[in-house]
Write a protein that binds this ligand. Structure first.
Ligand SMILES: *Cc1c(COP(=O)(O)O)cnc(C)c1O
Length: 422
């Protein structure tokens, strides 16, 4: 049997329609911006391997730091024990996170970072003896594939099989200047009938929804409103963190800071799975009690994995370099001038840029999102040109690692233009 046959015989791939799936490409090496397949072709990783990679693949510095950690120890349990990489990472993350953040809770992926945030919020109210149960979330939201994450996410084909098992959530539209007052009114009414525990949102960019972008100013006002109304605010920065929106965190664009923040994806530079949920001191304080039932009974076997923490520290070293900031600004500038160039293209419904993310929404007929067959066409067109641009339905996007050069960006833009003119 060849590799494809062996793969097919034993493996079930994620988000994959089993009946129509083409054979997956077998990658044998990855370096910098490029993936190399078993036939020796190279593919530009223009989507940062599902938004996780920050500095390129097989980065010598991160690889060295990870391997050094492996030679002292790889992983230990994190209750009753601690270690230097986890402590240093918490300190350094808190240095970058908004000032109101004071504690770091580790888990091992984006969905668990969200799950922890939701449970932390619900038990906060429980511990205070004022149980509140309802979450507010944004329409089109994506917060992961676990049940809590699915519940606060948009209801769509991704979770329709589980609809009856999802808990009730009040979904609101993306806040705009036009609808903000109305949203506040609706929340006010809900507050009377339900007990609202928290508001969870992806700040500024809703990734899985199709790189939908929205204004931070109105979100800022809504956060302030939630604070006045004792609604805990949770920013899911799993995708937006670590420079994607042009600033270190998307919440850096806001004046009002969320009470809880979830991180994962770029956290380890795309090396190893790791999740972080940070919170403000007042949340943590609600768990300090003589009463043992007020303990936060949550943890994962791989909580604060030392190797993953070492990767995150090395990735942070690179993030903090002037050159990385310059690269982030360069990518944004190039994206913006490309946007100007193709802004009125007849094939496009919308083109948008936020920080290092460029998204192109195509005009289509029929299904506009995931089930649209156009996504397969886009995918294979660009793969043939040696560019990985796996789209989200009729939206395709460039979200590159920060090691990309101007020339490489221009190569991608050139191919996008050719594709649009087909
Ligand atoms: C990817 C993503 C998640 C889920 O993270 P996983 O590591 O894939 O579980 C949650 N929230 C947002 C905003 C994401 O983009």
């Amino acid at each position: 049997m060849n590799w494809s046959e062996r793969d097919k015989k034993h493996i079930w791939h994620p988000f994959t329609h089993l009946k129509t799936a083409v054979d997956p490409i077998r990658i044998t090496k990855a370096e910098g911006l490029y993936l190399y397949d078993d036939k020796g072709s190279k593919i530009m990783d223009a989507i940062s391997s599902w938004w996780v990679n920050l500095h390129g693949h097989s980065h010598p510095y991160i690889s060295k730091k990870v391997s050094e950690q492996l030679f002292s120890f790889e992983h230990i349990p994190f209750a009753d024990f601690t270690h230097q990489p986890a402590i240093e990472l918490a300190e350094r993350l808190l240095g970058h996170l908004p000032n109101n953040q004071s504690k770091i809770f580790y888990s091992d992926n984006g969905s668990t970072a969200v799950e922890v945030a939701l449970k932390m919020t619900l038990q906060y109210w429980h511990n205070k003896g004022e149980p509140k149960n309802t979450f507010i979330a944004l329409e089109n939201a994506y917060h992961g594939d676990t049940f809590g994450g699915m519940s606060v996410g948009a209801r769509n084909v991704f979770n329709s099989a589980f609809e009856n098992q999802l808990f009730n959530v009040a979904h609101i539209p993306i806040p705009t200047k036009e609808n903000l007052e109305q949203i506040k009114e609706v929340i006010g009414q809900w507050k009377e009938n339900h007990s609202i525990a928290g508001f969870i949102f992806e700040p500024l960019v809703q990734g899985a929804a199709g790189m939908m972008m929205y204004d931070g100013e109105t979100l800022d006002e809504l956060i302030a409103f939630c604070k006045q109304n004792e609604i805990i605010t949770i920013a899911d920065e799993v995708m937006t963190g670590f420079g994607r929106t042009g600033k270190f965190f998307a919440t850096d664009h806001l004046n009002n800071k969320p009470d809880i923040i979830g991180l994962s994806k770029g956290l380890t530079g795309g090396y190893l799975p790791l999740g972080v949920t940070s919170c403000a001191q007042f949340i943590y304080d609600a768990y300090i009690s003589d009463d043992k039932t007020k303990t936060f009974f949550h943890g994962h076997s791989y909580t604060a994995n030392a190797t993953a923490c070492a990767a995150a520290l090395a990735s942070l070293d690179l993030m903090e370099k002037r050159e990385t900031l310059d690269q982030i600004q360069m990518i944004e500038k190039e994206h913006l001038s490309f946007l100007k160039e193709i802004k009125d293209h007849k094939a496009c419904k919308d083109i948008r840029v936020k920080g290092t993310i460029l998204a192109i929404e195509l005009k289509t007929e029929g299904e506009t999102h995931y089930l649209n067959t156009i996504s397969e066409k886009i995918n294979s067109y660009f793969l043939n040109k040696g560019i990985l641009l796996r789209p989200l339905g009729n939206v395709f996007y460039v979200l590159p690692p920060y090691c990309i050069t101007k020339d490489e960006l221009q190569y991608i833009y050139k191919n996008i233009k050719e594709f649009l003119n087909l």
